[in-house]
Ligand binder design. Structure first.
Ligand code: FES
Length: 310
């Protein structure tokens, strides 16, 4: 007698969230969705602050505002507020000139696509769990076809990564007066920048130049140097970069090909843990802004591991 197989229940029933899975499949989309939405809300709020993004008496600059193309603080490439900026419409914030790059880079990243397709769009929410639609749209039409621009966002993100590395190194140096005491920037009226004078308004453009820069290490220094290391770990592990350095080459014989192979192996190592780098760098860049903002507001004071001042 031939045994008859009992059909297993379908694991994928129709309807959002329908499933026969008994494990905590909802945990990943819930946790990741909460983290991503929290970051979007916080970074948008921070961008609209238009101030409190640098710390007087230090070399600290929030990564959300770097490079500061226009601004009232000492890090601004072009001091002041440009006449074309719609001050009447929205507060001047140079952050929005910069945030588009990391936002676009992360939005089109292969890892983040998986993360927010599952956790925010819920499509697909998890393996063998019902989806909101039965058909597959793919990324072959607008707007998702634009996600193919990821490789171009990579080029811009690499530039930002090196700028943040410069900021991290700059955070080891503190402005001093001729006698080695801490130098504090003032506005044109001679009032030290603190409190509301951190806001990017015409009257708050900094004046004065430090006599020199002294080496030191504060808690902010450590936070701001770890930030670009995590961001570079994320950026250099990009799938597009992996293809860029190792693609289109099926043999490694010449010195140039061998060098490419070495770079490809390095990128591949980072790529193996792309999710870790993506989430760690996201958390840390937010932490960096919170820490700088807290110092500027006076919510807490700096702790020096190596005091740069006399
Ligand atoms: Fe994630 Fe390029 S795939 S940064």
């Amino acid at each position: 007698m031939v045994p008859t197989a009992t059909p297993l229940p379908s694991a994928h029933r129709k309807g959002l969230g329908a499933t026969v899975r008994r494990d905590a499949w909802w945990l990943y989309p819930t946790v990741v969705g909460t983290i991503l939405l929290s970051f979007v809300v916080y970074s948008t709020w921070a961008g609209f602050q238009a101030g409190f993004h640098w710390v007087n008496g230090t070399g600290y600059l929030s990564p959300f505002y770097s490079p500061e193309i226009y601004g009232t603080g000492p890090h601004a490439l072009i001091p002041g507020i440009p006449s074309w900026w719609p001050v009447g419409v929205m507060a001047f914030s140079s952050a929005f000139l910069i945030l588009a790059v990391p936002a676009g880079f992360r939005l089109t990243c292969y890892y983040y696509r998986k993360a927010y397709y599952r956790s925010i769009w819920q499509d697909p929410v998890a393996c063998a769990v019902g989806e909101p639609r039965a058909s597959y749209w793919g990324e072959n039409r607008l707007p998702l076809i634009l996600w193919n621009a990821h490789r171009y966002m990579l080029y811009l993100a690499l530039i930002i990564g090196f700028i943040l590395l410069y900021d991290g190194i700059h955070a080891f140096f503190f402005p001093v007066n001729a006698d080695g005491s801490q130098f504090l920037w003032t506005n044109a009226a001679g009032t030290a920048i603190s409190g509301d004078l951190y806001k990017q308004e015409a009257a708050n453009v900094v004046a004065g130049t430090p006599a020199g820069w002294s080496f030191g290490i504060g808690l902010g220094t450590l936070i701001l140097i770890i930030n670009p290391l995590l961001i570079m770990g994320y950026t250099l592990g990009c799938h597009s970069l992996r293809h860029l350095v190792g693609g289109g080459c099926d043999r490694y014989r010449t010195p140039v090909q061998k060098a490419r192979h070495g770079v490809w192996r390095f990128v591949t190592k980072l790529n193996d843990h792309h999710e870790f780098w993506a989430m760690a760098s996201l958390f840390w860049v937010g932490l960096s802004d919170v820490y700088v903002r807290g110092l500027a507001h006076g919510w807490w004071t700096e702790t020096y591991l190596l005091n740069p001042f006399k």
